[in-house]
Structures are given as structure tokens and as C-alpha cells.
Write a protein that binds this ligand. Structure first.
Ligand SMILES: [Zn+2]
Length: 196
């Protein structure tokens, strides 16, 4: 009978308690009910994250030390028009690379927004590569964490997603920077080179 089946579907959805995010794992914003639900366990996704974190983690450390990116008296800049990321060392030496804005994350609310869903005022075509590739990979593999625009996650998970996006883009380095009172921007950065 059609009736009871429909009824059951309706009943199940409205009876679903919104889950509270307690700072672990990834929650997906549901397009049906606007609540956040825990992301499903997908071993192939976890494996892809692990591989990306191992690979990009190692090359990131190498880039950081080679280009002195973590020194407290250095500075970072974006030249969004050109799609260029720039580090300025304390001695004035600069290095450059292409970059992607992978996502933005608000610490207080744990809210992640994928770069591919950010408005044109925040992201240019030159800086979409890594997040667009992540979304396409998510569509191909059925990995909802890469295809849902708004997520709840902690700082570790933000790095994980950024590592994966960088890995897919072939970018060796990830970086994050505080862009205002509340929000961090997570970047995937191509091979840096010293200014000549
Ligand atoms: Zn829902």
C-alpha cells in the first residue's frame, strides 16, 4: 500500500532528533531538514584522507622549513587577481606560488564552508582549482563530505580536507591564516619559488 509507506517516510524524518556536534568527526548540513547529520563511515574516503595527509604533510614540512614560512616575523599576502600567494621573510626575501582557497572555517561554531561554494567576492576562478577538484572527486566516488557545501568539523578535520584537496591538485603545501576576528582560511599552495 502506498499510504503507509509515505507516512513512514514522513514520520521518520520529522521524528529524527537533531544531533549536537561535540567537536569530533564531520557533520553534513542536510538539504532536506537543514539540520546537521553525522557523515557516514566510508572506508575508501578515510583511506584517501590518510594517503593525502601522509603525502602532503611531509612536503608541507619541507616547504615550511625551506622557505621559512613559520617564522613569526615573516608575512603572508594573497594577490587574488593573479592567483598568487606570497611569503615575505623578515629579511625582505619573498617567495611566490599559485594557490587555491580550499575553504573557510569558523573556530567558535566549527563551521566549514567549501571554497567552491564561496561567493565570487571571496574566490576567483584562479583560486578554485583544489576545491573544485575535491568536489568532482566527491561526486565521482560518492563522498558527501566533499560535495556538501556546509559542514561542522574541528581544526584537525579542516586540515584533513585541505590536505586531500591539495593532494588532488598536485599542490605540495597547505597553510592556514586568520582572515578576520572569527574565520580561518585554509589554502593549498603550489611549489614556492624565491623571487628572482
Ligand atoms: Zn535531515
Amino acid at each position: 500500500m502506498e499510504g503507509p509507506r509515505l507516512m513512514f517516510g514522513w514520520f521518520k524524518r520529522s521524528g529524527q532528533k537533531p544531533e549536537v556536534y561535540e567537536g569530533e568527526g564531520i557533520f553534513l548540513k542536510c538539504p532536506d531538514c537543514d539540520n546537521y547529520h553525522r557523515s557516514p563511515d566510508i572506508p575508501s574516503f578515510d583511506a584517501a584522507i590518510r594517503l593525502a595527509c601522509e603525502t602532503v604533510g611531509a612536503t608541507t614540512q619541507k616547504s615550511y622549513s625551506e622557505y621559512n614560512c613559520l617564522s613569526s616575523d615573516g608575512r603572508w599576502d594573497m594577490l587574488p587577481e593573479e592567483g598568487i600567494f606570497c611569503f615575505t621573510n623578515s629579511d625582505g626575501r619573498r617567495c611566490f606560488a599559485d594557490f587555491s582557497l580550499v575553504g573557510s572555517w569558523i573556530e567558535a561554531t566549527h563551521s566549514w564552508m567549501w571554497g567552491w561554494n564561496l561567493p565570487d567576492t571571496h574566490i576567483t576562478p584562479a583560486n578554485r582549482k583544489a576545491s573544485d577538484l575535491a568536489r568532482a572527486k566527491g561526486e565521482a566516488e560518492g563522498w558527501p563530505c566533499l560535495t556538501t557545501p556546509s559542514l561542522l568539523l574541528n581544526a584537525d578535520e579542516a586540515w584533513h580536507l585541505t590536505d586531500l584537496a591539495a593532494f588532488l591538485a598536485g599542490y605540495p603545501m597547505v597553510y592556514r591564516a586568520k582572515v578576520n576576528e572569527k574565520a580561518w582560511a585554509y589554502f593549498a599552495i603550489d611549489q614556492l619559488a624565491w623571487e628572482t
